[in-house]
Design a protein around this ligand. Structure first.
Ligand code: PBG
Length: 319
């Protein structure tokens, strides 16, 4: 910000209305107001097309993009100044004039095992029904336990827990981060080790999108930026981008930092676990993008492209 410019005193956050989205927006609001005493942050809640379709099979059409499109429109039309996203739901490319300018510190990236009866995956009796609508989780669970039945489970976190409590499933798998944020820690019976269920790229991290020319806002966001999380998420997103990974594809990737070295693991599998491809590589944190591409290339060399292409063909064409 140049000296002649007035400091920003008001900032509007575009957010979805789901409990998790509102929690994340409130979290960013609190952090921003703590870092900048002159600043008042307000939430601009919007209903996204994805939310309207959440419980219908149509949620598949358009994939993750549906959840963020309305928020991006609000930024472009200047109805809001920033949008807060779960990084795993943010498409790989941003519209002209918008970009990701902040990645907050990552929460636990793991998947959680939630059940009213059983303590973990191994305890489930043969033939038990596990709920998830993620092909990534399905493939990895069936890889561990081919005898289980995986059934679709849609809806936001509260809806999914209610469906478990209805007795429709013996266990369900949800992101640990979402459960922790919404105060459902006691529902977590166990956390799946990342080597058992490799997370989705960006899982557990919250990112902030804003207009590319709002440099004064970029400055405001700096205290919330967590460079270690950002390096990991950049590597994961580069892998997803190189594999053209959307919502309904069984791709997993997870980067860890060991000193200045990134260790990125990637996975692509058939939803029925008949093929499971893994790759991993290490690189300096400054090479995060190239690392993501290299691990993606390794997976492609093993045949990931054929698996993903076949799955895309099955999908209803996007309008
Ligand atoms: N797919 C929906 C979604 N998007 C973000 C989270 C919460 C965890 C996170 O911030 O990554 C969830 C819930 C879930 O997958 O169980």
């Amino acid at each position: 910000m140049s000296l002649s410019e007035e400091p920003i005193t008001e900032l509007r956050i575009a957010t979805r209305k789901s409990a998790l989205a509102l929690w994340q927006a409130e979290f960013v609001k609190a952090k921003l107001e703590a870092a900048h005493p002159q600043l008042t942050v307000t939430l601009v809640p919007m209903v996204s097309r994805g939310d309207q379709l959440l419980d219908s099979p149509l949620a598949k059409i358009g994939g993750k993009g549906l959840f963020v499109k309305e928020l991006q429109s609000a930024l472009i039309s200047k109805e809001a100044d920033i949008a807060v996203h779960s990084m795993k739901d943010v498409p790989m490319a941003f519209p002209e004039g918008l970009g990701l300018y902040c990645v907050c510190e990552r929460e636990d990236p793991s998947d959680a095992f939630v059940s009213n009866t059983y303590a973990n995956l191994n305890e489930l009796p043969e033939g038990s029904i596990v709920g998830t609508s993620s092909l990534r989780r399905q493939a990895q669970i069936l890889a561990q336990r081919p005898d289980l039945v995986v059934n679709f489970l849609r809806g936001n976190v509260n809806t999914r827990l209610a469906k478990l409590d209805d007795g429709q499933y013996d266990a369900i798998i949800l992101a640990t981060a979402g459960l922790l944020r919404l105060g459902f820690e006691e529902r977590i019976r166990s956390r799946l080790d990342v080597s058992i269920s490799l997370p989705s790229g960006g899982q557990g991290a919250v990112g902030i999108e804003c207009r590319s020319d709002d440099t004064a806002i970029h400055e405001l966001l700096k205290p919330l930026h967590h460079p270690n999380t950002a390096a990991r998420v950049i590597a994961e997103r580069a892998l997803n981008r190189h594999l053209n990974g959307g919502c309904q594809v069984p791709i997993a990737c997870y980067a860890e930092l060991e000193g200045d070295e990134l260790w990125l693991r990637g996975f692509v599998g058939q939803p029925d676990a008949s093929t499971l491809l893994f790759a991993d590589k290490r690189a300096h944190r400054d090479e995060a993008e190239a690392l993501g591409i290299a691990v993606a290339e390794d997976l492609l060399a093993q045949g990931a492209g054929e698996i993903l292409a076949a799955l895309y063909e099955e999908e209803t064409p996007v309008q």
